[in-house]
Design a protein around this ligand. Structure first.
Ligand SMILES: Cc1cc2nc3c(=O)[nH]c(=O)nc-3n(C[C@H](O)[C@H](O)[C@H](O)COP(=O)(O)OP(=O)(O)OC[C@H]3O[C@@H](n4cnc5c(N)ncnc54)[C@H](O)[C@@H]3O)c2cc1C
Ligand code: SF4
Length: 536
């Protein structure tokens, strides 16, 4: 075990861990960041749909098990920056109502222990940090915000603008999706982002996506007090004799086992791996897993009910950057259905190569090339509800077991029906109302065909709350049972809401970061340095 003691160890560099590292770095405290992966190599393959989507080149090769003991190849990535390296960078705030109890058709979405207002200023900070482009006031469900988006919305390309106009004409309130890309449309010659067609699901070859590596980790390690160790897989957390403190972080690095220690240990491995790490760290004082007196660690796994629906039109869709339009009119229900349905937006433009690997339904008279050239590729998200039986456990051979039975499905079916109906309202000057030939459900997880493998929106496995009997973390995301252990990734969510999770994970990491700076007696130093940095 190394004699050197850190003030803080952060495990994982994604939306949670990367953002926290950035926030704590100016404090001068000795910070060690442990990341199991390496940097995503910068290579032409970053933007190659066959290599990325069909071959799954950058996905982990790890295999997990589902509840029936069948192999599960998770669509997840272990790199500096975590899954934000590959995300679509749609950076939404949860709705204010998502923080309260909400009745769904499938059951109750529980209240959070903090209100939207308590997170609001951190959402603003996160939007500034991740350079979110958006227009306030367009989205009918958007919560109030204390400041405008730092950048104007990414504009729609003509086909998407036409769809937006059609939806508005039909009485909907389409809006520009808030996205974290470093696009400067006013000064295109200076813009770092080139508005390409390989963003959502791809790593950005030119470093213009606001991901946790580019925005946070690269900045954090400029501080001499911050050390990043890559290829460092944390295997276990060991406690001291009392069981109240993590004494040692056991790491496998370069084929060797090493141990590190710190006053504060922050786990941010993603909701599934963080739960797995705590469960694997069971000991005499914590027989059911570290910080798991409540028996909630690993339980209440949520990942959203997501689907991709392709609307194939007679009119072509030559859009390059498609992820600009959203519809939240059905988020909380509609005049004919009182329950929440969810959120509609877009995935990156699908191409024939990607479709070839995963498309089940091909329209008559359409080749895959034609289908890709004519499709609008919608992304639909509905809330899945916390169910203690939907859970992460560790199998006898040490593998992660992800048991999940979908719920609240009628909400999603109704959302799909609403979109199909809305598409029928759209018109086309050339082809009239029949322009849209149909909507096709498609398995996004190409080559794997296991919907559970799509763990992109994983959350909820180490929920926070006031009551140590029903939650593993307190409101500051500190383990109820362990004094120096925190969790800042997507696992703290008590409910999943129905918008993408990353901005909430980032905002919460900033909130927990402020608490940690107080604990370390470093709040003032960090603030001063952040102000200096802001003026640079
Ligand atoms: C293709 C794709 C598209 C997406 N699009 C969007 C989007 O548009 N908007 C949105 O909000 N969200 C999106 N998401 C989801 C978003 O990326 C995640 O919500 C977010 O990254 C989760 O942050 P996290 O900190 O919980 O975990 P992660 O970002 O997954 O970070 C976890 C980190 O921990 C590391 N790690 C894991 N285990 C260990 C260990 N034992 N030891 C050391 N290190 C470890 C991992 O390598 C990783 O770096 C998308 C995800 C994917 C895959
Ligand atoms: S250049 Fe822009 S659109 Fe292309 S991957 Fe990078 S951030 Fe995304």
């Amino acid at each position: 075990m190394s004699d050197y003691r850190y003030d803080v160890i952060i495990i994982g560099t994604g939306a949670g861990g990367g953002t926290l590292a950035y926030h704590l770095a100016p404090s001068g405290k000795r910070i060690l960041i442990l990341e199991r992966g390496d940097y995503v190599p910068r290579e032409k393959a970053n933007w190659d749909p066959k290599i990325v989507n069909v071959e799954g080149h950058y996905n982990t090769k790890e295999s997990w098990l589902d509840k029936d003991g069948k192999d599960l190849h998770p669509h997840t990535n272990y790199y500096v920056g975590g899954n934000t390296k590959f995300y679509g960078a749609a950076l939404f705030r949860l709705r204010k109502e998502d923080f309260s109890e909400l009745r769904h058709h499938g059951g109750i979405s529980p209240e959070w222990p903090i209100s939207y207002d308590e997170l609001e200023s951190y959402y603003t900070q996160a939007e500034n940090l991740y350079q979110v482009h958006g227009n306030r006031g367009e989205d009918p469900t958007e919560p109030s915000a204390s400041s405008p988006y730092p950048w104007p919305a990414v504009s729609h390309e003509p086909r998407i603008q036409q769809l937006s106009d059609d939806f508005a004409h039909a009485g909907l309130k389409p809006f520009h999706v808030p996205v974290g890309v470093m696009l400067d449309e006013k000064n295109p010659h200076k813009s770092r982002c080139i508005r390409c067609g390989t963003c959502d699901g791809f790593s950005c070859l030119v470093g213009a996506k606001s991901d946790a590596q580019v925005v946070c980790v690269d900045e954090a390690i400029k501080h001499p007090n911050v050390t990043l160790l890559t290829n460092s897989l944390v295997k276990k957390l060991e406690t001291g004799p009392s069981g109240h403190e993590v004494k040692s972080v056991v790491v496998e690095r370069n084929g060797r086992v090493e141990a590190y220690s710190a006053d504060i240990v922050v786990v941010s491995c993603g909701a599934i791996n963080s739960a797995a790490l705590l469960l694997r760290s069971a000991n005499d004082k914590h027989p059911h897993g570290l910080a798991n007196n409540s028996d909630v660690v690993g339980r209440n796994y949520m990942g959203h009910t997501n689907s991709v629906l392709m609307a194939v039109s007679k009119c072509p869709n030559p859009t390059i950057f498609q992820k600009t339009l959203g519809v939240n009119d059905y988020y909380f229900g509609s005049s004919d259905w009182q329950y929440p349905m969810g959120h509609i937006s877009f995935v990156g433009k699908l191409d024939a190569i990607t479709l070839r690997a995963g498309a089940p339904a091909i329209a008559p008279n359409f080749t895959l090339e034609l289908m890709a050239q004519h499709s609008l590729d919608f992304w639909l998200t509905s809330e899945d509800l916390p169910d203690p039986n939907n859970r992460v456990t560790i199998g006898r051979d040490g593998k992660i077991v992800l048991s999940y039975t979908p719920n609240n499905l009628e909400a999603h079916e109704r959302l799909q029906a609403k979109l199909k109906h809305a598409m029928k309202q759209t018109n086309c000057a050339m082809h009239g109302h029949e322009c849209h030939q149909g909507l096709f459900g498609r398995n996004l997880y190409v080559g794997q065909r296991i919907p559970l493998a799509g763990v992109a929106h994983q959350n909820g496995t180490i929920r926070f709350g006031h009551d140590p009997k029903t939650s593993a973390l307190d409101v500051n995301c500190k383990a109820h049972d362990v004094n120096n252990l925190y969790v800042v990734d997507g696992s703290f969510f008590p409910s999943s809401a129905a918008v993408n999770p990353a901005l909430t994970i980032m905002a919460n990491a900033l909130r927990v970061g402020d608490h940690l700076l107080d604990q370390l007696g470093a709040a003032t130093v960090a603030k001063e340095h952040q102000l200096v940095g802001a003026g640079d």
